[in-house]
Design a protein around this ligand. Structure first.
Ligand code: ADP
Length: 320
């Protein structure tokens, strides 16, 4: 996208978005779902905030199970955002896979819509990689195989995620991958082309999304590109095209300008580089399907961590 001309004074650069939940907003102590068999949630700590949503823990009064309650404004001013929420809920509700955040239900009370999601208490891959700098090969293999498994499931059901990135990939209590945030997801047959209005996050964006030439709309291979970016980022600690400005990121990814910096402490085997390179192919048609990726030699050439405990959020596992 073309950068917008800088017309506004600095102080007004970030106008408050009326569709965004206020930072200071707190939910009531308990939330009772409307309906014939209502469920009451005791609201707990804030889990995080996104572009539009705020997420809190909510403990079910019936079962004592804790969920993540994502709160968004029930009435948003921008029509596009309303569509985004609707698509997100419709698509997410149909996804049932061990590596996809389970969507339980959604309901509206007053000005807020609550989305009840499976709780992922260990944050996202972004935080883990930030703390650890980079992850070990057995960990990366475990996470990548789970990510590919979840994405394969979506693609089989004609769903493209379109916003796969470390920040949308959460960890459950047993350090299993849970892919979340279906806010940009689309069903493949969808004629509507939303590339100009909604497009992933600069670091993870596939080149065909940037080029205005193709009019057929992007296919599921945009997710394959993002999978390559994620794998590189876990191995190296930062995305491959990381730069100061969005323009620089775009120019680097268009020419596949990335490198594997040699470091005595961080050995990257050729199979891992091949895995990433196969995903980061400028020609989307040549990128592998998830079926091929899960068979990649990267997964068979070395150990896969079969269990991880939460200490690995902070430290390299002791068995390494
Ligand atoms: P948005 O759609 O506004 O971007 P997100 O889906 O990214 O909102 O959620 C906002 C934040 O809430 C996330 O960054 C994360 O910290 C937290 N969060 C979201 N879903 C869960 C979940 N299932 N379990 C735990 N925390 C979550």
């Amino acid at each position: 996208k073309k950068p917008k001309p800088d017309l506004k004074p600095r102080s007004e650069e970030k106008p408050t978005n009326p569709d965004r939940i206020d930072d200071k907003w707190r939910p009531p102590v308990t939330i009772t779902e409307p309906g014939s068999s209502p469920e009451t949630y005791a609201m707990g700590r804030k889990l995080g905030k996104g572009g539009f949503a705020v997420c809190f823990e909510g403990r079910s009064r019936k079962t004592a199970e804790i969920f993540a309650l994502k709160v968004v404004k029930a009435k948003v001013e921008q029509r596009k955002m309303m569509e985004k929420f609707r698509t997100e809920l419709q698509i997410h509700a149909k996804m049932h896979h061990p590596n996809i955040v389970e969507f339980l239900r959604a309901f509206t009370i007053g000005d807020h819509t609550y989305v009840v999601l499976e709780l992922c208490p260990n944050g996202s891959l972004t935080e883990m990689v930030k703390v650890r700098t980079c992850l070990s090969l057995p960990e990366v293999r475990r996470f990548m195989i789970q990510i590919c498994g979840g994405v394969k499931y979506m693609h089989k059901r004609s769903v493209i995620h379109r916003d796969l990135k470390m920040g949308n990939i959460f960890l459950d209590s047993r350090m299993n991958i849970k892919i979340g945030d279906f806010g940009l997801a689309a069903v493949m047959a969808d004629e509507q082309d939303r590339r100009t209005t909604l497009c992933g996050t600069p670091n993870y964006i596939a080149p065909e999304i940037l080029s205005k030439s193709g009019t057929r709309g992007h296919d599921n291979k945009v997710d394959t590109w993002a999978v390559g970016v994620i794998c590189y980022a876990m191995l190296m600690g930062a995305p491959p095209f990381q730069s100061k400005t969005q323009q620089e990121i775009y120019s680097k990814l268009r020419t596949l300008e990335y490198e594997w910096k040699i470091d005595s402490k961080n050995y990257i085997p050729q199979q891992a580089k091949d895995f990433v390179a196969s995903c980061l192919n400028l020609n989307s048609a040549e990128r592998p399907e998830m079926d091929d990726l899960v068979e990649h030699e990267f997964f068979t050439m070395g150990a896969i961590a079969d269990e991880l405990d939460t200490s690995t959020l902070k430290m390299t596992p002791l068995w390494l």
